[in-house]
Design a protein around this ligand. Structure first.
Ligand SMILES: Cc1ncc(COP(=O)(O)O)c(C=O)c1O
Length: 381
């Protein structure tokens, strides 16, 4: 199998991710923060260590500003629903995933928030001036993806963060695509709230994600429950991360995520970015020679987080993806990728798109075999 579906979830994982999850479950997987015995202390220390690894990775000083979630979707819901109230205005983009759009559209319909969705250029890239023009007196939040999961376009997050900070607006970034190959510094980028999944570019297992919440941001918890702290209190503790982190944590997932990030750190995030771009460049150049293929991604290291989005003339994206899988053993994703407005922007709402997304374990040889497969597919039309 040539796995080109890393935007959905990365595969394979670094060896240490598998081995440490196994070791954790066998040797120290007691309930972290829920007991005074040695094994509970060991699992609590392992969780704290990963909070610190993540804090260093995204450059925030206090590891307690991180709450673990089960994925990016949960993190985004915790942020959006914990922040917004009737009368608040939000600016977002058409390139967002449904995990941003659905909570926002639901709050717009049911809870009286106002929503502005900006459409950007032909690739969906947003101009900071358009965001600036959309700011109103009641704008509370700018919510933007770091990179689109449909075509990999990278948003001008640093400029948007500066604008948000100067305007006193909270800046939420969905780092689901790009975390692990694009350097994210929440201070330098003025990011107030950062949501991320552990299972994509950060190379951890499925079932773990997180939300960084800046010191000045107060979120209402959307869930209440046991935290292992202040048990006498019948209300949720107000301190981070307990205010947002009810219930037993996914300790094996957390330690696996720590090892995934450790792997990225050992190579250096910039080296991984360059390597992934080498794969994207070769793929993009090979495919752009075929006149029956239309490409929707930029071939540019600054503007592509690792995706080549395409369509083959006159063939439905699901059919192309099916042939790639069944005849060539190449895993891709077709359809709308949970991002309908992105497809509206790109003009592909009816056809969908074939998405090829590379990971740091793909090789140039695999890319060449993929180009060869496309050559055969288009020649047979
Ligand atoms: C841009 C973007 N945001 C959010 C998500 C949701 O991630 P998860 O499935 O981990 O909740 C995805 C998943 O593909 C995504 O690509």
């Amino acid at each position: 199998m040539i796995y080109l579906d890393n935007a959905a979830t990365s595969y394979p994982k670094p060896e240490k991710v598998y081995s440490e999850i196994n070791r954790c479950m066998r040797e120290y997987c007691a309930n972290p923060g829920r007991g005074g015995h040695s094994m509970s202390i060991a699992s609590g220390s392992a969780v704290l260590e990963v909070r610190e690894i993540i804090g260093a990775f995204f450059n925030f000083a206090n590891p307690m500003q991180l709450c673990f979630t089960k994925n990016a979707t949960e993190a985004l819901n915790v942020a959006i629903k914990g922040l917004l109230e009737s009368g608040d205005h939000v600016i977002t983009t058409s390139m967002e995933h449904n995990s941003v759009l659905r909570p926002l559209k639901t709050l717009e319909r049911d809870s009286g928030i106002e929503l502005t969705i900006l459409h950007g250029n032909d690739y969906g890239e947003i101009a900071p001036e358009d965001v600036k023009k959309s700011i109103k007196k009641n704008t509370k939040l700018i919510a933007c993806t770091l990179s689109s999961n449909v075509n990999g376009i990278v948003m001008p997050v640093k400029e948007l963060g500066k604008l948000a900070r100067e305007s006193g607006i909270i800046f939420l970034v969905d780092a689901s695509q790009g975390a692990g190959s694009i350097k994210i510094d929440v201070n330098e980028m003025n990011i107030d709230v950062l949501a991320f999944p552990g299972h994509k570019g950060l190379l951890g297992p499925q079932g773990i994600g997180g939300l960084y919440v800046g010191d000045d941001v107060k979120l209402k918890p959307i869930m209440q429950g046991g935290t292992g702290s202040s048990s006498e209190n019948l209300y949720q503790p107000e301190v981070m991360p307990d205010i947002l982190e009810s219930g037993t944590l996914n300790t094996p997932g957390i330690v696996g995520l720590g090892c995934g990030i450790g792997f990225i750190n050992s190579f250096g995030i910039d080296s991984l970015k360059v390597y992934k771009y080498e794969l994207i460049k070769r793929l993009h150049e090979g495919l752009s020679e075929m006149k029956q293929i239309k490409l929707y991604s930029k071939n540019d290291i600054k503007n592509n987080s690792g995706i080549v989005a395409l369509n083959v003339d006159g063939v439905d994206s699901t059919e192309v993806s099916y042939v790639l899988d069944k005849a060539y053993g190449i895993a891709t994703r077709a359809g709308l990728h949970c991002a309908p407005l992105a497809h509206e922007r790109l003009g592909t709402l009816k056809t969908g798109i074939v998405r090829l997304s590379v990971g740091c374990f793909n090789t140039l040889e695999e890319i060449d075999l993929t180009i060869k497969a496309f050559n055969e597919i288009v020649s047979s039309l």
